[in-house]
Design a protein. Structure first.
Ligand SMILES: [Zn+2]
Length: 227
């Protein structure tokens, strides 16, 4: 039996709900439990987004049963997605942590980096979480400066993608090189290099095609090969 259920909205013509089950609950006949990451690329985009939404809402609901200000029991508000504390009126909403991704170009070269946690040989665009008080552009400048010692300018929005691991939103930009030599921080980033976008044989292993990182890289390579 479900501990809690949440209404998610309508997909196509179906009303959708999420539910939190007791740990160790067996899957219903004909069903299996599956981690969200394994479904990335396996489910079509709208279903994957729904699964990501479900996971985030369930987790937020589970961890906000009590008020963070006074410790009182919270109740769900009926008119919006929030929980309110009847004692002190504190209201909480589902959290989202925005993260920016930046792909830096210098002439015909792309700056790609290897995070220590990446699969062997894989390189990608740089990314990091936005801090309170920062614009997306400022975050990008800071992250790229901290991680690889490069200054950037002329940031252009590319696209965004929900990233429910556990509650992020990835916002991707192109940026132009403005100065500095590559100097990796040695903590988050283990290596960073310029790759000639026209020489596909020299490109490293890239992230999965469904990821926004790969779409960003492919879009840049496509544009750079046209000129
Ligand atoms: Zn309270």
């Amino acid at each position: 039996m479900a501990i809690r259920t949440q209404y998610l909205g309508v997909l196509g013509e179906e009303h959708c709900f999420s539910a939190e089950a007791q740990p160790g609950t067996a899957a219903a006949p004909g069903y299996v439990w599956q981690g969200l990451r394994a479904l990335f690329g396996a489910l079509e985009e709208a279903r994957f987004a729904l699964a990501g939404r479900a996971l985030q809402i369930v987790e937020w609901d589970r961890t906000h049963q009590y008020c963070g200000a006074c410790g009182g029991r919270t109740v769900a508000r009926a008119d919006e997605r929030s929980r309110e504390c009847p004692a002190c009126r504190e209201v909480t909403y589902p959290r989202l942590a925005p993260a920016v991704m930046g792909l830096v170009r210098r002439g015909g070269d792309l700056l790609l980096a290897r995070a220590a946690r990446f699969p062997e040989g894989m390189y990608s665009a740089l990314a990091g979480f936005v801090e309170p008080g920062e614009s997306l552009e400022q975050c990008l400048e800071r992250e790229i400066g901290e991680e690889v010692g490069i200054r950037v300018r002329n940031m252009r929005y590319f696209a965004s993608q929900p990233w429910p691991f556990p509650h992020s939103l990835m916002i991707a930009f192109f940026a132009d090189y403005d100065g500095g030599e590559i100097q990796v921080d040695g903590m988050e980033i283990s290596d960073a290099r310029w790759f000639d976008a026209k020489k596909s044989e020299n490109l490293p292993r890239l992230p999965a095609r469904i990821s926004i990182a790969r779409k960003l890289i492919d879009a840049a390579i496509g544009e750079m090969r046209e000129v």
